[in-house]
Design a protein around this ligand. Structure first.
Ligand code: C2E
Ligand code: CA
Ligand code: CA
Length: 580
């Protein structure tokens, strides 16, 4: 194959064409055009390396052919050498302006003509290469930008943050740095309740704020979802005003008050610790304050690491523990003040660990709620309770209902209702034998979804309790919209009874309002006779607390209940028996 480049030679002077063909035919495949029109149409076919163009063609005079060639994408980058251009600077300037690469004038000396054409081609190739390189560089810059940045907020992404923060801290070894880890509480609510755009706006605006606060002394990054991290010199940020600043921004966006940033701070001791581990530590500090209304940030200390090891132990062992029946149901009876008998009980899980002994749910439930394992554990507990109720009924012919705890995570399982209905059916129970406790904070987190499911529970005959009422931000006002059967008043309220009149007034009005709305009340955490007396005086009858009993292992509870039922029978017989 002939791999010589193609030269288009456009001239309507035959002798000129002949002379130039003679000069160039060794190194080019020659294509000739004897008019301007022909030149343009040959050029349109493409694959031309260079064009020699007579300036004063008859049919399309002057610069018009050159103009046409430069306007056509097929030929615009092909170098054009003008032939026979008038020998004056004006004409040459005009030619260059219009994109001509060079000029050749007769008589054509072969050596000079070849050199000029070679130079023109070399220059063009150089230009091409430079252009290509520039485009590539630009692409790399853009790619890097893309790879290094979080697409939504435009600030650094996680991996780039880890890398850059490490090198920043390591090169400035005399500066003390902190890693600040940030997370929004209840962020999901924004996306659920408003629109995703609102969530995006909150993230973007916050990111801009973080970046401006950090300035040139450090880095701000979006780790993922609603989590951010900053790396700054220790004294660069004053935490209180920093938090006030971001609060102001969220307020400006009309974000509800319970949706706020929380921060954990890790003061860097060793700049060579991997930055992701620094972030883990800052996050541990964050977890201490998350959802705490009063404290918005905390500093990492070493005790948190022990907590983390304990958490890891729990996560490693949970599945084995469930399949080897290390989780057991304890039951805490609920007494009626007036009859002094058991009216119900709450099922509370305990982890009986072969080496560590009894682990309380406060330690592992929050971890299971985070990693999702709670749904498995809860379903296991519910089934244990149903089995217990079933056995008890077989033995004593009666059932005293037991309430079980539902975690908000349980509500995300689409088959929740079917599972519960299936359970009560399988164990021959009525839905009302299994009461369902839903904690107050679950309602505030995802009100519409939870309320809808709760409505369905009640529709199917389950009794629903609102657990921990008064521990969060629910107001008296909220009561009337809540589809629940029983309010379980949080123990913090009971603690406060002794403290002052205000707490007593609030408690009394909650009781009144609940009663008027047809709700029952259980008070939990009752420990003293004084508390009992006060609760009695405001009309609270159903009491759960150490005053009557701690949570008991199944067998102990069953015995207690059997005794209670027996004594109840005896009392009934006594009242029925005619006086002798
Ligand atoms: P909770 O549902 O509010 O349960 C009441 C807690 O108060 C229980 O703590 C109980 O032992 C304790 N308590 C009862 N009476 C008194 C008292 O007079 N004084 C004091 N100081 N405490 C009293 P426990 O068993 O440690 O459970 C802690 C929390 O763990 C529970 O709070 C509940 O939120 C969660 N939990 C327990 N079992 C389960 C379960 O099976 N599933 C789920 N999802 N959560 C559970
Ligand atoms: Ca409960
Ligand atoms: Ca409770």
């Amino acid at each position: 194959m002939d791999d010589r480049p193609v030269m288009l030679l456009a001239s309507d002077v035959a002798s000129e064409r002949e002379a130039l063909v003679g000069i160039f035919q060794d190194s080019f495949i020659m294509r000739e055009a004897s008019s301007g029109q022909e030149a343009i149409s040959v050029a349109q076919e493409g694959n031309i390396a260079i064009i020699l163009l007579r300036y004063d063609l008859e049919d399309v005079p002057g610069f018009a052919v050159l103009e046409a060639l430069k306007a056509d994408p097929m030929s615009q980058d092909v170098p054009v050498v003008l032939l026979n251009l008038p020998n004056n600077t004006e004409a040459e300037a005009e030619a260059v302006k219009r994109g001509a690469a060079d000029v050749l004038r007769p008589p054509y000396a072969s050596a000079l003509a070849r050199v000029r054409v070679r130079n023109v081609r070399a220059n063009t190739e150089n230009e091409w290469r430079k252009l290509e390189q520039r485009a590539k560089d630009q692409q790399i810059v853009e790619m890097n930008r893309y790879i290094e940045r979080d697409p939504l907020t435009g600030i650094l992404n996680r991996t780039t943050f880890y890398r850059r923060a490490a090198s920043l801290m390591q090169t400035n070894s005399t500066v003390e740095y902190v890693i600040i880890y940030l997370n929004i509480s209840f962020f999901k609510v924004i996306n659920d309740q408003y629109r995703v755009e609102m969530g995006d706006l909150v993230l973007k605006t916050s990111a801009t704020y973080f970046k401006s606060v950090v300035g040139g002394d450090g880095y701000a990054a979006r780790i993922d979802a609603d989590r951010f991290a900053l790396c700054v010199p220790k004294d660069a940020i004053e935490m209180d005003s920093f938090i006030a600043g971001i609060d102001g921004i969220l307020e400006g966006l009309s974000v509800p008050h319970n949706i706020r940033f929380y921060a954990g701070i890790y003061p860097v001791e060793n700049a060579f610790l991997p930055v992701d581990q620094m972030c883990d530590r800052a996050q541990m500090a964050l977890n201490r304050v998350k959802s705490n209304y009063l404290q918005r940030y905390a500093y990492y200390d070493k005790s948190m690491r022990d907590t983390m090891y304990e958490e890891q132990m729990i996560t490693r062992n949970m599945e084995y523990a469930l399949s080897h029946r290390q989780f057991q149901v304890y039951l805490q009876p609920i007494y009626n003040l007036h009859t002094n008998h058991i009216v119900s009980a709450e099922a509370l899980v305990r982890w009986i660990h072969p080496e560590k002994g009894l682990i309380s749910p406060g330690k592992f439930i929050p971890i299971f709620e985070q990693n999702g394992f709670i749904t498995h554990l809860d379903r296991f507990i519910w089934e244990e309770v149903c089995r217990l109720l079933h056995d008890f009924r077989r033995q004593y012919g009666t059932v005293i209902p037991v309430s079980v705890n539902l975690s908000r995570v349980d509500f995300y399982q689409a088959d929740l209702m079917d599972f519960l209905l299936g359970l009560v059916h399988r164990y021959g129970l009525q839905p009302r034998d299994l009461k369902l406790e839903v904690t107050e904070s679950a309602y505030t987190e995802n009100p519409r979804q939870i309320m809808e499911i709760v409505r369905q529970f009640r529709h199917h005959g389950f009794l629903v309790l609102m657990d921990d009422f008064g521990s969060g931000y629910s107001s008296l006002n909220m009561l009337k919209e809540l589809p629940v059967d029983i309010l379980k008043i949080d123990m913090a309220f009971v603690r406060n009874i002794e403290k002052g009149k205000r707490a007593r007034i609030i408690l009394a009005s909650i009781v009144q309002m609940a009663k008027r709305l047809g709700m029952d009340i259980v008070v939990e955490g009752v420990e003293t006779k004084e508390q009992i007396d006060y609760l009695d005086s405001v009309g609270c009858e159903d009491i759960q607390g150490y005053y009557f009993s701690k949570p008991l292992p199944q067998e102990e509870y069953a015995e207690k209940l059997a005794d209670d039922i027996a004594s109840q029978k005896k009392e009934q017989e006594e009242t029925c028996r005619p006086p002798q």
